[in-house]
Design a protein around this ligand. Structure first.
Ligand SMILES: [Zn+2]
Length: 57
C-alpha cells in the first residue's frame, strides 16, 4: 500500500515519479491535462515541491 501524493488516498498500484507515488487515476489525470489547463500547473507544482522535499530529506 502506498499513499498517492496527489489525491492522498491509499492505493495498491501506481507509479513512482521522482520517488513520488502517483495512483493510476491521478496519472491519467496528469497525462490528459493540457499544459494550458490550470490543473496542469497544479500537478507540476505539486510534483516539483514533492521532489524538493525528497531531495532535502
Ligand atoms: Zn491519486
Amino acid at each position: 500500500m502506498h499513499q498517492c501524493s496527489i489525491c492522498e488516498t491509499n492505493q495498491t498500484e501506481g507509479i513512482f515519479v521522482y520517488h513520488v507515488f502517483i495512483c493510476p487515476s491521478c496519472e491519467v489525470s496528469i497525462i490528459q491535462t493540457e499544459p494550458e489547463d490550470p490543473n496542469y500547473r497544479f500537478f507540476v507544482n505539486k510534483l516539483k515541491r514533492l521532489q524538493q522535499q525528497t531531495l532535502n530529506s
